[in-house]
Design a protein around this ligand. Structure first.
Ligand code: GAL
Ligand code: ZN
Length: 673
């Protein structure tokens, strides 16, 4: 496994660079990511390039055997560019043109910005594309960060119209797809269509969904511009990627990933635990974790998403937290062992490389309170000493990096459904990522590794597929799930599946719409349950007995009068109180070699775990280990990797053995059989 660091030579005196490079090598680092945000330093005036410092920095680093990941600096257009071409600035949803002064201040549809992007990228790529020490490229930095995935400027309005024309062909088809007859929205010309912001009441959800898709496509195009130029100068052995954000959902990462050589990500465990817990676990008591390591289940989900964006290929952590962040609420400090734990976690999840953010804590500007591997005064910080402590295990880490992460369970992530539910959650406890995380976390607690897959992924490697909510449904997905089940797979479908068409209109079919045949029944009614309200459940799976909260659907299995006891349909749970009393709540449908299950309520943690344990055992999937809360397990090839994210020594049971793992620590065991 390669380790590296993000370095900003332009922030430090040149005399310091050799010492930095030496310390990097001594810490066992081999990759250095540079030049993200360096546009003003590389081109201080239009067309006037100053490569000297970068040439020298690369030389100094290369002298110590380090290899560069060179970033294009387009996430931060310099002041002269913003001043001379102010039309590159983006407009936010409130209609305000954003100013220069931080970063990500550009509109992805701006032809002017495209030109300047191509200029700086071509200049960099032609200079460094063949450089022996430049092993890879990062395009831009974190597309969409700081709420910039969607721009609402006039240029975007024009491109949006073109995008719509291409998609719908005629204005009549668009009117039909959006249901514009409602509230007198019928358009007679493309020019009448605006971006869906600043409306008095809520905008049309079909209109907004298309704007989300259009905006995501705009970044795919923008990334493609850069990729093409870099590839003209850099041979295939130089990787080209961009860094995705863990848990970020405003852009379709499957689409962005498809033309990249590999997926890379930013991973900030303590920051994300703070910012995501309330969305994903609104009613949970704080789990029993060490406060300063983040939430292992959330961090694991971030990693699993990255694997999933490119068909389970290994990913890189391009930015790994290595001390405190500066953008959270508390920005907790971290202790010895944590950076090692996080590095092992990335490796266990399928990462090939881990690059720490950043080398040395900066003395000035926005991120001066962010940590690095070195303190502000250049003395080693906790991340650096962790790296030193890892020397002895680096060869084991490299061996593990050569074998794939293994999982027999997959969870489907579909952006249309995610965005559709976000646009009309119907009640505020419902969120696609919350549902997905609920299942993912339950599996991790059960010691069952899971992959995240797209709707068009090859499902044949998996014995169990979880579809959290196929809210916007296609015939194609229905057919592929049916084939999957017929050929021996188990599909678990969650609430609100089959509800909508891809235009974000409600289906006129009985629910669950296109999935009816697969499910073997109908959803006859659905209720949103406000906090404090629940319907009781009884089940043949003991762990499901209890309340249905958040959302409940009444199911009516297809039991034709001629076969009142269809052996292929089994009711696994039913309601015992409330308006759905006696209705089915969970139905299993055997189809040829496999089966489907439709779960009619939003399960709580206990129910999700009970159901998934039941399904995994029926499908013949054995847990990697019996795990206490706060310990997670992964398999790469023959290696079982156990990670303890708590303050206490914990014991797992795997393959008949008790395995002790110390606080914030890791154990690797070779599996037999
Ligand atoms: C990332 C970003 C970096 C840096 C870091 C701080 O999101 O890509 O440039 O800002 O956060 O945690
Ligand atoms: Zn724009």
């Amino acid at each position: 496994m390669k380790l590296g660091v993000c370095y900003y030579p332009e922030h430090w005196p040149q005399e310091r660079w050799p010492a930095d490079a030496r310390l990097m090598r001594q810490a066992g680092l081999s990759l250095v990511r540079i030049a993200d945000f360096a546009w003003a330093a590389l081109e201080p005036r239009e067309g006037h390039f100053t490569w000297d410092w970068l040439d020298q920095a690369i030389d100094v680093l290369a002298t110590e055997g380090l290899q560069m990941i060179l970033c294009t600096p387009t996430a931060s257009p310099p002041p002269w560019l913003c001043r001379a071409y102010s039309d590159i600035l983006p407009v936010d949803a409130q209609g305000r043109q954003r100013r220069f002064g931080s970063r990500r201040h550009y509109c992805p549809s701006s032809a002017t910005y495209h030109q300047h992007t191509m200029r700086i990228v071509a200049a960099m790529a032609s200079r460094y594309g063949g450089h022996p020490a430049v092993t890879g490229w990062q395009i831009d930095n974190e597309f969409g960060c700081h709420d910039t995935a969607r721009c609402y400027c006039e240029r975007c309005a024009t491109s949006f119209r073109g995008w719509l024309e291409l998609k719908y062909g005629t204005i009549a088809a668009l009117n039909d797809a959006w249901g514009t007859v409602f509230w007198s929205q019928t358009y007679s010309d493309w020019s009448e269509i605006e971006p869906p912001n600043l409306t008095v009441a809520e905008p049309n959800p079909s209109h907004v969904l298309d704007y989300y898709r259009f905006s995501s496509d705009a970044f795919v195009t923008y990334q493609g511009l850069q990729k093409t130029i870099i590839r003209q100068h850099a041979t295939e052995d130089r990787i080209i990627t961009t860094n995705f954000m863990s848990q970020f959902t405003d852009l379709n990462y499957y689409d962005l990933a498809s033309s990249l050589d590999l997926v890379s990500m930013s991973s900030y465990p303590t920051g994300h635990a703070e910012s995501r817990s309330s969305l994903y676990m609104p009613s949970n008591a704080q789990p029993n974790l060490a406060y300063d390591v983040g939430d292992p289940y959330l961090t694991s989900l971030g990693h699993a998403l990255m694997r999933g964006f490119k068909q389970q290929r290994p990913f890189w952590v391009m930015e790994q937290q290595c001390g405190n962040v500066n953008w959270g609420v508390y920005n907790t400090g971290i202790r010895p062992g944590t950076v090692r734990l996080w590095t092992w976690h990335a490796l266990a999840s399928g990462a090939d490389a881990c690059i720490y953010f950043r080398w040395r804590a900066g003395l000035y500007a926005q991120e001066q309170l962010h940590s690095g591997l070195l303190h502000h005064d250049a003395s080693p910080a906790v991340g650096y000493t962790d790296l030193e402590s890892m020397h002895a295990e680096r060869s084991l880490m490299s061996e593990i990096a050569c074998v794939p992460h293994a999982a027999q369970i997959a969870i489907l992530l579909d952006y249309d459904s995610l965005w559709g539910i976000r646009l009309q959650p119907h009640q505020r406890g419902i969120d696609y990522m919350r549902l997905l995380f609920l299942y993912y976390r339950a599996l991790q607690r059960l010691g069952l590794p899971a992959d995240i897959v797209s709707a068009d992924a090859d499902l044949s490697p998996y014995k169990l597929l979880i579809v959290p909510a196929a809210y916007l449904a296609t015939e194609r997905l229905a057919a592929s799930l049916k084939t999957y089940a017929e050929t021996g797979g188990t599909v678990l479908m969650g609430v609100r599946s089959g509800f909508k068409t891809t235009s974000n209109q409600v289906t006129d079919l009985p629910l669950p719409g296109v999935f009816r045949e697969l499910v073997g029944g109908t959803v006859s009614d659905w209720h949103s349950l406000p906090p404090g309200i629940s319907y009781d459940l009884n089940s043949i799976i003991p762990g499901l007995i209890g309340p249905a909260t958040v959302w409940a659907e009444a199911l009516l299995p297809d039991t034709p009068a001629s076969h009142p006891t269809d052996p292929n349909l089994q009711i696994l749970a039913h309601y015992t109180s409330g308006p759905f009393d006696a209705c089915t709540a969970l139905v299993e449908h055997k189809i040829k070699a496999g089966r489907s299950l439709y779960l009619g309520w939003h399960p709580n943690d206990v129910q999700a775990e009970a159901l998934l344990a039941h399904l995994a055992s029926q499908a013949g999937i054995n847990p990697l280990a019996a795990l206490p809360e706060g310990m997670v397990a992964f398999q790469r090839g023959p290696y079982l990797i156990l990670l303890n994210f708590t303050d206490e020594t914990l014991t797992a049971t795997a393959q008949g053995q008790s395995l002790m793992v110390k606080p914030r620590n890791v154990e690797v065991v070779i599996m037999h059989g």
